[in-house]
Ligand binder design. Sequence first.
Ligand code: UT7
Length: 329
Amino acid sequence: MTALREVGILGTGSYAPERVLSNHDLEKLVDTNDEWIVSRTGMRERRLVSEGQATSDLACESAKRAMEDAGVGAGDIDLVILATVTPDHLVPSTACILQARLGLVNASAFDINVACSGFVTGMNVAKSLIAAGAYNRVLVIGAETMSSILNYKDRGSCILFGDASGAAVLGPYAGQGKILDMHTGADGTGGMSMVVPAGGSRKPCTPEVVAADEHKLVMKGNEVYKFAVAKFKDLVVEQLARTGYKPSDIDLVIPHQVNLRIIESALSRLDIDPARIYINLDRYGNTSAGSVPLALDEARRAGRFQSGSLVSLVAFGAGLTWASSLIRW
Ligand code: UT7
């Protein structure tokens, strides 16, 4: 049997649309206020697409930046994995739209729907395929236009999310970003805690469905809150147990940017210095599959980790799903 190859992150990129929606802007849409949103979530503003902009447009920008950073051309990519719950269309996949847009003529392409765990799950799938020798340059993207499924009459959910995208190019390890450990999981019994009830085969869209906003996200915030705190802690504890590292060995944790209280609550159960957690949810909110790769790219470009740093990615979301990855940068 051929030995498995080591896999690394060759480059990263991200893109958030220019339009800003602040907490004060939200005060004009729903019965909320800046003080409530900041104290309950840590969020101050988020980015939204402009008229006519869709998920593939965000994905395209972040992918171009990641490819440039990795020094790879369109012909070098042999697989595109795009994580999103807000595809341009139900069919075709947004990965195929991106493949055509970027001229990735040698690439297979597919979408995955794992919500906020999407990018890390995509990375883990890519890692396995590259390690096995099936692919050599995989473009992994997390991209969301959450504003397209938010109900801006529901103050319990619409304040949380924003639109953004992040990407990475993975390939055989070449001295940067070696993936040391990965894990993914799911618990479908919790699936109805975050759901878009209509627009799929269970309940196709009709004028009545749209009038009742059933094509928009419905969320049981408290259930998700408890799941997220527990899962965040478990993912880090299990990652350390599998790899033999101590909490103090981790240079930076890049968590899904879910809610500052959830992150702080999980941290209080872990022996990790809060200065070693990367947070940007104050500026972008929760961008679902876009969240971790946007934070990874931003943290890297800001010098929050360097060559040799141990970086932990943890994500969890609708499905319910979760994923983690440990990287020796
Ligand atoms: O990627 C995962 C995506 N999902 C999530 O991140 C959801 C995780 N859950 C959460 O982040 C929190 O549960 C929320 C931020 C959604 C809610 O925070 P909470 O501290 O759990 O508030 P709550 O739902 O217990 O509501 C407390 C009060 C309620 O009023 P009453 O019944 O006490 O009078 C709500 O109606 O706050 C009210 N409320 C708001 N008030 C002002 C709920 N949303 C708002 C709002 N502005 N936006």
